[in-house]
Design a protein around this ligand. Structure first.
Ligand SMILES: [Zn+2]
Length: 455
């Protein structure tokens, strides 16, 4: 395949940014990037009036909640956790399949070619099987991060060990590294599980050669999230860990993450809207750690990376504001930083930076073409600004995952979308109906009275 005449934002230091440029793809891999490449019988894709970027990487999404989109539009984190523990145990394996398939397609539609599925819905081995199958059937590149079952007994100083089914999944689906789906473990930290349980769980992940992703430093009522120092005391920090949120983590804890080579996932919209705390983008940059970005939950926020880039950008620049009118406003964060966080830094956080995250010969062809002839971006002056400040889902024209079309001329390639949506609606109605009335605190912040939804 030859993409002809696009503007390449490669995010690769050697390739750089190139106008009127071609991208030659051979067997799913980028073979060459340059001007006037011969097509040599390749399928030619017209790239004029587009910007080519590496596919976005969402480093933390609870995809299993896709059918519950918008069910908790104004909740706090505390309220969300109550609702999640009510809904999660009611999920059937089929509910997980439909949610993961639909959530992956939603991601692809928005130009997210890689997503880490933070799957704490492993209620039975069948639930986990269906989570993997939903990802696989969409054609997305995904990191399946195996988590614990839903339900309150798996939190609050839980003494239950992470399900040993992780071993079976690792062997059954992830024997090869040369596939679109890779394996990770979504683990608990001290404060959520008992310390000796955490030690065993993390040992299991390392035995299985799986990267670890963990929620840390979220503020909840009566609790400061000193999770990182808890992990440090147990000697568990390392470069194979992605720390999600870190809002309430102390400066010393951020230092520990930096010193041990950890990667970071910030979910800026949800963190600010639900009260996890202030997104720690700048606090990490001060320590030389460049974060990745994530969607987290679509129960309460948008599922695309344009929203995440813009939210984190505005929030971090606001942090540079002072109360002193004599001090000029002097933020340092730029749109290019945001694009890197949403692509190459995401790839690093997934351990996939040798394959994806930038456009360069030898890398897999995970490429998104964004239309530049729409009114929300035209006339384009600065392509990075167009992508980060102005573009949205309407600009996502073409999405390739390892050289295969997942979206073409503005339409997803996957057939059967209306039936998937109908299945998701049925799934949601059944779950909300079975959950019954939520506590007043949660119900007060849902859009509808949950009982009437069930009706
Ligand atoms: Zn999360």
């Amino acid at each position: 395949m030859l993409i002809r005449g696009t503007f390449v934002l490669s995010l690769d230091p050697e390739v750089g940014d190139r106008a009127d440029c071609d991208v030659l793809i051979d067997d799913g891999v980028i073979a060459e990037i340059g001007q006037g490449l011969p097509d040599a019988g390749a399928e030619v894709v017209d790239g004029t009036r587009t910007i080519a970027i590496p596919g976005f990487v969402d480093t933390h999404r609870h995809t299993w909640q896709t059918a519950l989109r918008g069910v908790l539009p104004a909740c706090s984190l505390d309220e969300y956790v109550v609702a999640r523990c009510r809904f999660g145990p009611l999920f059937t394996p089929d509910d997980v399949y439909v949610a993961n398939l639909l959530g992956s397609l939603e991601a692809l539609d928005a130009g997210i070619t890689t997503m880490l599925d933070w799957s704490h819905i492993s209620n039975t081995p069948e639930h986990a099987d269906e989570a993997v199958r939903g990802l696989a059937d969409s054609g997305i590149r995904a990191v399946y991060a195996h988590g614990v079952p839903a339900g309150t007994e798996w939190g609050g100083q839980s003494t239950l060990a992470h399900p040993d089914d992780a071993r079976r999944l690792r062997e059954r689906y992830f024997a090869s590294d040369d596939q679109l789906l890779t394996f990770a473990m979504a683990l608990r930290v001290p404060g959520i599980a008992a310390p000796e349980v955490v030690v065993d769980d993390w040992r299991l992940a390392r035995e299985l050669d799986a990267r670890i992703t963990a929620h840390v430093g979220m503020r909840m009522v009566g609790r400061r999230g000193a999770h990182v120092s808890g992990l440090a005391k147990l000697g568990l920090l390392g470069p194979d860990v992605t720390y999600v949120h870190c809002n309430d983590s102390s400066d010393d804890e951020l230092d520990l993450i930096a010193a041990t080579g950890g990667t970071v996932s910030i979910a800026p919209f949800v963190e600010m809207a639900m009260g996890h705390g202030y997104p720690p983008t700048g606090r990490f940059l001060e320590r030389g750690v460049r974060p990745s970005l994530s969607v987290d939950v679509t129960t309460s926020g948008p599922g695309d990376m344009f929203s995440q880039m813009r939210t984190a950008f505005a929030a971090e620049r606001m942090r540079a504001f002072t109360d002193d009118e004599h001090v000029p406003f002097a933020p340092t964060l730029t749109p290019r930083d945001m694009l890197e966080f949403a692509t190459i830094e995401g790839a690093r956080a997934c351990g996939l930076e040798s394959k994806i995250g930038s456009l360069a010969p030898g890398k897999d062809a995970d490429i998104v073409l964004l239309r530049t002839d729409l009114l929300n971006v035209a006339p384009v002056y600065d392509p990075v600004a167009a992508v980060v400040l102005h573009a949205d889902l309407s600009n996502v024209d073409t999405v390739l995952v390892r050289g295969r079309f997942r979206k073409r001329e503005g339409r997803l390639v996957q057939a059967g979308l209306p039936s998937f949506v109908a299945r998701a609606e049925r799934s949601r109605e059944r779950i909300l109906g079975a959950a019954g009335p939520l506590t007043d605190a949660v119900a007060a912040h849902t859009k509808h009275d949950p009982v009437s939804i069930a009706d």
